[in-house]
Design a protein around this ligand. Structure first.
Ligand code: HEC
Length: 197
């Protein structure tokens, strides 16, 4: 390989002759797993600390469940890891707002994303069509119930007016954990390390 330091590091982690796409994906996935904070307010609340979330965050959690969000955003990662077609609108300038880039016939389904750290991961949806979380929650408010959104989800998914605010506050409880944000001084490629947020 062109950069010997990577060969040495790959061999230390995966054994001889191990610089390949599969191991690269595994290495990136192992790194990404370290970015999942374990001690968010939500985690502490779920572990039994009733004071870990504020009253409006708890209301938001209940709204999140009662309005059907947890039908897909379930479990510790707030994802069922399944594909769903929500008919997310296209970005302006792609095919025209409101028209999906991926028509249903071609399979416009995307895997439910985790909502951990969600307040820090704008823009939202596969195409980044929504700049803010409030726009994203509004999308669910305005979702067209005449379209059968997803056969896996029973009942309506609907954010009642006014309840979206609590859900937004609840998202903060998913996003305040700590994890190692150290940026290495240098990397084997010699390129300047990115990051800093
Ligand atoms: C039918 C399953 C399903 C239900 C029910 C559901 N979601 Fe989602 N959610 C998804 C999928 C799939 C995506 C990704 C869509 C995409 O990328 O186009 C998503 C994306 C999101 C995102 C953006 C995450 C990101 O990082 O881009 C937020 C925020 C969100 N959902 C909140 C909610 C809320 C709030 C509710 C309840 C009102 C809800 N979801 C109900 C499946 C669901």
């Amino acid at each position: 390989m062109a950069i010997p330091a990577y060969t040495t590091l790959f061999e230390a982690a995966f054994g001889a002759e191990s610089v390949n796409a599969t191991n690269l994906a595994k290495a990136l996935a192992a790194f990404e797993r370290t970015l999942v904070p374990r001690d968010s307010s939500f985690d502490r609340y779920m572990a039994g600390d009733d004071d870990a979330m504020t009253t409006s965050q708890i209301r938001g959690l209940h709204g999140f469940i009662s309005q059907g969000c947890s039908g897909c955003h379930s479990g510790p990662m707030l994802s069922d890891y399944k594909l769903h077609n929500l008919k997310v609108p296209a970005r302006i300038g792609e095919t025209g707002y409101g028209e999906s880039v991926f028509p249903e016939a071609e399979g416009g389904a995307f895997r439910t994303p985790s909502l951990r750290m969600v307040t820090r991961t704008a823009p939202y949806m596969h195409n980044g069509v929504f700049e803010t979380l409030s726009e994203t929650v509004d999308f669910y408010h305005n979702i067209d119930h005449h379209i059968k959104v997803d056969p896996l989800v029973e009942g309506d998914v609907e954010v009642a007016h006014g309840q979206g605010d609590d859900i937004l506050v609840f998202f903060e409880a998913l996003s305040d954990g700590t994890f190692d944000r150290t940026i290495p001084e240098r990397v084997p490629s010699g390129l300047p390390p990115a990051g800093g947020r």
